[in-house]
Design a protein around this ligand. Structure first.
Ligand code: SF4
Length: 370
């Protein structure tokens, strides 16, 4: 197997230079400490230097395993961890627990983890909030900078970047999600760049949905504007495969076009937003993505793929957001359907059928009767 040396990149204005492939901590929960150490060995071997985890991954279990695996060589990597605390006291407690579990005296980047509402952001940035605790930790040298992660629409990232002196964000980025949340690349990334905020991107394989296309998925995401791709590699082979893909560099414009055209996961159902439909129809399909990532298509799939779709379709739980935006749009649905019946989609999508399903999903109707 080819061993590749990973390309490195300056991470925003942090002054840190890190590998473009990052090792994600969540999936270290699924393997023993012994295998975690082997995975870390392989990651260091290919030139990996960015490892991220979270207090919430197994209540510190991921941090403990990574701390053991890094004992004696912690200085070879940039470490990031996260806390779900929104108040200052809770954040301080979590940071101290993270330092202990990771067996280190400092963590380069410490994140506000999974911030999903404006109210949470208010609590973090308000008096006695978690941001005060991390600013103090920064002064004490316990952390170098603050990070922000969420699983909600991009507006929250924009607000967080404006309100918090962040060093880095962690956001999802892959060729499935890009098709219905283009604001990540179009709005979040430019604002982050403008403010010197480093961009780390998670879910390059869309939580495993793109398992049939690991190299195209990684090379596509690598060219979408982030600095570091975080992969949840839980086997040595995964590290070598991911490193090999990253070492080939980002997909160029022609390759990106071909990936979107041929991706088996997109098939004849996921809208590529090619411009062949009106803005209203394309928005309808983006909102459908908010509901179930355009995974529930009522087309035949093999049992394993079908089970994966059912498990992943509602991971982001954005149905409420989609239905609110659908109601606000006030579309003339008869006109939408009339237009859909006349579209000849270059990707082979039956646009009228898809529009019917999308409307039903957004109206919360019983799909199985359609
Ligand atoms: S023609 Fe097909 S890919 Fe293009 S916007 Fe319409 S449904 Fe989407």
């Amino acid at each position: 197997m080819t061993r590749q040396t990973l390309p490195q990149i300056a991470l925003g204005a942090t002054g840190l230079t890190v590998s473009r492939l990052g090792l994600g901590g969540f999936h270290q929960l699924e393997i023993s400490s012994e295998v975690v150490t082997q995975v870390v060995d392989a990651f260091l071997e290919v030139g990996g230097t960015y490892i991220e985890t979270a207090r919430g991954y197994g209540n510190g279990a991921s941090e403990q395993k990574l701390g053991r695996a890094l004992a004696g060589r912690r200085d070879r990597v940039v470490l990031a961890s996260k806390s779900g605390a929104r108040d200052g006291d809770g954040m301080r407690r979590d940071l101290e627990s993270s330092l202990k579990a990771l067996q280190t005296e400092h963590i380069e980047l410490y994140f506000f983890h999974g911030v999903n509402t404006l109210e949470e952001l208010d609590a973090i940035t308000g008096k006695g909030g978690a941001m005060e605790a991390l600013l103090r930790a920064q002064e004490e040298g316990l952390i170098r900078g603050m990070g922000f992660s969420s699983h909600r629409p991009p507006e929250l990232y924009l607000e967080a970047i404006r309100r918090i002196p962040l060093s880095v964000i962690l956001i999802w980025d892959n060729y499935l999600e890009e098709l219905y949340v283009p604001e990540i690349q179009q709005q979040v990334y430019p604002l982050a760049r403008d403010r010197g905020v480093g961009i780390t991107a998670m879910k390059p394989l869309a939580d495993g949905f793109l398992y049939r296309s690991p190299e195209p998925a990684l090379r596509y995401a690598l060219g979408s504007g982030s600095d570091v791709l975080i992969c949840g590699m839980n086997a040595v082979e995964h590290v070598y495969e991911a490193a090999g893909a990253i070492a080939k560099g980002p997909a160029d414009a022609d390759e990106r076009h071909a990936i979107l055209r041929d991706a088996p996961e997109l098939g004849t159902y996921v809208c590529r937003q090619c411009g062949g439909c009106s803005e209203a129809l394309r928005t309808l399909f983006r909102l459908e993505g908010y509901v179930d990532r355009q995974m529930i298509d009522f087309l035949p799939h093999d049992p394993a793929d079908y089970a994966l779709r059912l498990r992943l379709a509602h991971w982001f739980d954005l149905t409420g957001v989609a239905q609110q935006r659908f109601a606000e749009a006030g579309w003339d649905e008869a006109s939408l359907m009339a237009e859909a019946r006349g579209v000849g989609c270059p990707y082979g999508i039956d646009v009228a059928r898809k529009a019917k399903f999308a409307l039903a999903k957004l109206r919360a109707e019983q799909l199985n009767t359609l």
